[in-house]
Design a protein around this ligand. Structure first.
Ligand code: ATP
Ligand code: MG
Length: 449
């Protein structure tokens, strides 16, 4: 196995080696290289102690150093590189990060403390691939397998459970039976992991190309930190639009959504309130009245718990709130929808609607896609001239009203709102003169004084 190490990475390795230490590229970069993917970063491990690494690389730019954990970060020519001393982790308290680390002399020991065989390989040009745990073979067979006893490894660090799911969802690898059994068995350990670490892995899991299989096979694991999902699993919808239960549908919507945090989170939570909004009518058809609104509340609560940032939460909630609107396709309705969701969010909403439709009854899919396409076409027409159907693009501003003697703030607000309504309804053109004319008519009628 020949791996191409970037020149600068190799330079660092050679500098450390020429001072008499071992150094290797290690972990994810080796995994990705073997798979023919481009690694997003290159980590280095070495027998040199952090101080020794610092001494060797003295002239390069040391950015930070997590000396305690044995990691030195250097800025070398074009990027940041983490150089970590061979180590084994100390005691794990509460299945969290280790309290301390112990530096060790051998590469093998360092690789043995790593989570999965595919992540436990190192490489340099002198020794070639160092693969003590069958990582290369597992990559060939597309398998995620713990290094050592899975049960023990997950008990050391519960986050590894989600890391396994994330790698499986991203790479399309099957999780080996013993590892998989240990994941289900130890899922409760996630209760001890911080919300931030969980959220970061969750985002990786739902953003994978192979997320459908993972979310289907490991829903029990996700339910440990989002118990709201439990009720969705197996919940039959009894509705001609649906052939899947709520969770199966949700997973398909996620998989059919564009990549990206916002789109995937919106898909994950769009039907979160369906179970509690369920009712069965006389004909035996299921309905879910109010689920988008209730869904935004629940999703907000969950995302807050996961410590996601407010901007993300707001945007995801907006998409959830409007995911089920189905206005008749005409310019007026599209303008109104734009004014509600905003020009910047319209496309994402349509993507969610498209993914939603793709997770429903396939017999009705074509007409739903056609409908969404028609909405989109009208959206482009209605916004071609830069109009956003909000006060920002309205061609009369507060100052124009002040200039003609209307100075009361509330009145100004009411008039502007009236004008915007007129533009959205199509009763008024968004032209300065026409709107100012309307201002006069509107105020002369005495409606505002
Ligand atoms: P990615 O491409 O997502 O960065 P990665 O494999 O590089 O994947 P990192 O989180 O960057 O993952 O970790 C680098 C390496 O450190 C891993 O390949 C693995 O060998 C080891 N590692 C990281 N986290 C853990 C953990 N929780 N337990 C054991 N080993 C870990
Ligand atoms: Mg990495």
């Amino acid at each position: 196995m020949k791996i191409e190490i970037p020149q600068n990475v190799n330079k660092i390795i050679e500098m450390i080696q020429s001072a008499g230490f071992e150094a290797y590229a290690v972990g994810g970069c080796i995994r990705d290289s073997i798979m023919g993917l481009v690694p997003h970063d290159w980590d280095i491990c070495t027998s040199a102690l952090p101080e020794e690494t610092l001494a060797v690389l003295g002239k390069t730019n040391i950015v930070t150093n997590g000396l305690k954990h044995g990691t030195v970060t250097v800025k070398f020519v074009d990027g940041l590189y983490e150089i970590t001393t061979f180590r084994i982790d100390g005691i794990y308290r509460d299945n969290r990060r280790p309290e301390s680390v112990t530096f060790v002399g051998s590469l093998r020991e360092d690789l043995a403390r790593r989570d999965f065989t595919v992540n436990a390989m190192a490489y340099n040009y002198d020794r070639g691939l160092c693969d003590y745990f069958g990582g290369e073979n597992d990559i060939k067979n597309k398998i995620i397998r713990c290094v050592g006893d899975p049960d023990k490894r997950f008990r050391e660090d519960g986050l590894r459970i989600l890391r396994a799911l994330r790698f499986s969802a991203r790479l399309g690898f099957e999780i080996e039976k013993k590892t998989s059994d240990a994941i289900h068995k130890n899922a409760d350990l996630l209760k001890n992991i911080s919300a931030e670490r969980i959220a970061s892995e969750l985002l990786g899991i739902i953003d994978g190309d192979y997320t459908e299989k993972v979310l289907t096979g490991y829903a029990d694991v996700i339910c440990i930190f989002i118990p709201e999902i439990e009720k969705m699993i197996g919940f039959e919808q009894h509705n001609p639009h649906h052939i899947y239960d709520i969770w199966t549908h949700t997973v398909k919507v996620i998989a059919n959504s564009p990549h990206g945090k916002i789109s995937r989170l919106a898909a994950l939570f769009h039907d979160i309130a369906k179970p509690e909004c369920y009712s069965l009518d006389k004909t035996g058809t299921g309905h879910f009245h109010g689920h988008p609104e209730r869904g935004t509340e629940k999703a907000r609560e969950i995302m807050k718990r996961l410590k996601l940032d407010n901007k993300t939460i707001d945007k995801v909630c907006m998409l959830i709130k409007y995911h089920d609107v189905r206005p008749e396709v005409n310019a007026k309705n599209v303008r109104r929808l734009i004014s509600k969701v905003g020009v910047d969010n319209f496309n994402e909403l349509m993507q969610l609607k498209r993914a939603d439709a793709m997770g429903q009854n396939p017999d009705l899919l074509d007409e739903k896609l056609e409908y969404i396409k028609n909405l989109e076409e009208l959206f482009y027409k209605q916004t071609a001239d830069g109009q956003e159907y909000n006060l920002k693009t309205l061609r009369v501003k507060g100052i124009d009203l002040i200039n003609i003697g209307i100075t009361d703030g509330k009145t100004i607000g009411r008039i502007l709102k009236h004008l915007l309504e007129g533009v959205i309804n199509g009763e008024l053109n968004n032209s300065h003169n026409e709107l100012m004319h309307e201002v006069r008519v509107y105020t002369d009628n005495g409606k505002n004084n």
